[in-house]
Write a protein that binds this ligand. Structure first.
Ligand code: CTP
Ligand code: CA
Length: 229
């Protein structure tokens, strides 16, 4: 799809996009977090709105201007993100999970600030698993024909890892990108391969996150097909 001349091919559709990175609190001042800026998710939300969709953007700890014409639901933790996504999903034609969701959270939350003590080693931080929101959304398919999209950042053997993850998650599309020290996170650009459950594979050359977003919506729109919104 040519950028700058958006087709209104998502008119009448409702899409849910998650963006950013969750933070899992240890105490009132500290958290376990990740380096996701939210830019890819915001680009997905903005391009979907430009193509006519009603957009719910579940934003985890982002510091970006709200895209116009989009409903933003701010969240902090993985569990809050899960709640917000599951609340919006039953009414959605597509759910795109661009957020970096923490796999683990501290098993205990200290209601007072954790202090160091002279001569004592720090306590190890025990972790527990967070719910897998993407797998849950894909398993539930709140609406027939709903298209579910995941993202995966991988470091080695990117495509093999992506194929395995696509199957494990049960989603329709998985956007796989290779990450490294200075790649992807916080950058305005991205480079990826979109793997499809039907075996398809769409390379997206290095370019702005909006271009990758448009490719994702092209693939989503094709799967939504001619069915009435
Ligand atoms: N995801 C999710 N809930 C989680 C973890 C991940 O919904 N608790 C979603 C992410 O939003 C993303 C996709 O799953 O769309 C893949 O995330 P990723 O971290 O690559 O997958 P994991 O299954 O957590 O595998 P890994 O062990 O490689 O981190
Ligand atoms: Ca993970």
């Amino acid at each position: 799809l040519a950028r700058g001349v958006p087709a209104r091919d998502l008119t009448g559709r409702h899409v849910v996009v998650s963006a950013g990175g969750t933070r899992e609190p240890l105490d009132p001042v500290r958290y376990l977090g990740n380096r996701s800026s939210g830019r890819q998710g915001y680009a997905l939300a903005a391009t979907a709105a430009a193509r006519g969709a009603r957009v719910t953007l579940v934003a985890a700890n982002t510091a970006l201007p709200d895209p116009g014409g989009v409903t933003v639901v701010p969240v902090g933790t993985a569990r809050q993100l899960r709640e917000a996504v599951l609340k919006a999903a039953p009414d959605a034609d597509a759910v795109v999970m661009a957020a970096a969701v923490a796999d683990f959270r501290p098993a205990h939350y200290a209601s007072g600030k954790i202090k160091k003590r002279d001569g004592q080693d720090p306590e190890p931080v025990a972790l527990v698993r967070n719910p897998d929101v993407l797998a849950e959304v894909a398993a539930e398919r709140a609406r027939p024909g709903q298209v579910v999209v995941g993202f995966a950042a991988e470091t080695d053997d990117v495509l093999a890892a992506g194929r395995a993850k696509l199957a494990r998650k049960g989603c329709d599309l998985l956007v796989v990108n290779e990450v490294g020290e200075d790649r992807t996170f916080g950058s305005p650009d991205n480079e990826a391969v979109v793997l499809a459950a039907d075996g398809g594979s769409t390379p997206v050359p290095h370019g702005p996150k909006e271009a990758l977003a448009d490719t994702v919506w092209d693939l989503v729109a094709a799967r939504l097909g001619q069915g009435a919104p």
